[in-house]
Write a protein that binds this ligand. Sequence first.
Ligand code: AFP
Length: 331
Amino acid sequence: MEKGTTLTRFIIEEHRQNPDLEFTGLLAELTIAGKIIAREVNKAGLAVTMGLTGRTNVHGEAVQKLDEFANSTLIKTTDHTGHLAGMASEEMEDIYHIPDKHPRGDYILVFDPVDGSSNIDVNVNIGTIFSIYRRKSSGPHATLEDFLRKGREQVCAGYIIYGSSTMLVYTSGQGVHGFTLDPTLGEFLLSQENITIPRRGRYYSANEGNAPAWDRGVQRYLEYLKQEDKPTGRPYSARYIGSLVADFHRNLLKGGIFLYPGDARSPQGKLRLIYEASPLAFIAEQAGGRASTGLTPILDLQPEKLHQRVPLVIGSAGDVEEAEAFFQGKR
Ligand code: AFP
């Protein structure tokens, strides 16, 4: 489709070609949430939504005011659409049930309202990650089994990145498409259709402060990336923002690898399977990339808990395959 096409039109056309995508109204409402959160992010320095709430979330992390604002914005903009039977958020301990006053539908929504929240107060890119599944249960409310799903069952996943511009990137299983918010129009406009991630990149993103606690295979892989070897483009350059969405987005467009492995202190790493790893893995695979724990593809994992953590290696397929070989002791 032509560059500059509105996201609304793009979604309608996609629906026309694939009538199975019955959640287009939900997607449209998510874009509204993205615009509202973007507006708040852009004035975070003006203090209203900046700083801590004084509370901690289900993971024991300090809750930022913007976390709460984004969480309630996502709920408010989507709960009445009639598409949803329930929601789950990284910021809420339990499933959110759709209030009785609203109609319910066949889908569930999961999201990380503000990914990289420790970067809010210092004006560094942050994002919102979301994912949609068709529900399995048939009662009046969604149940836990609707949420504990393999990533392969996602019908849509995306993120909104609040950076030098605000962008929405999503897939509904028909390629990955990027839209940039035109602030003068208040519309997301198509800027990249069918994004494909280069098979090899030149960047690696990892928190090397954790290196002493990594497995030997992970340490050896990082040492390998830093060795000089012209034919394979090494040494790679380090780029680590500390907001998964931002690190992932750069690697999606330019190629590269992001790693947050488990280590001696946290064998499952830090990132959440349902809210972070699975949605981005769906996007990565749709763009021709790869995502795994180092051993198993992320999309094949069966979650056991809503807030489960998972080691994540994601990005250019060639780089992720090479990392897996090191992690598995094959190199
Ligand atoms: P915060 O939301 O607490 O800032 O965490 C961000 C995040 O979940 C993910 O976006 C980053 O990639 C990762 O954690 C950074 O973690 P480290 O600070 O341990 O490197």
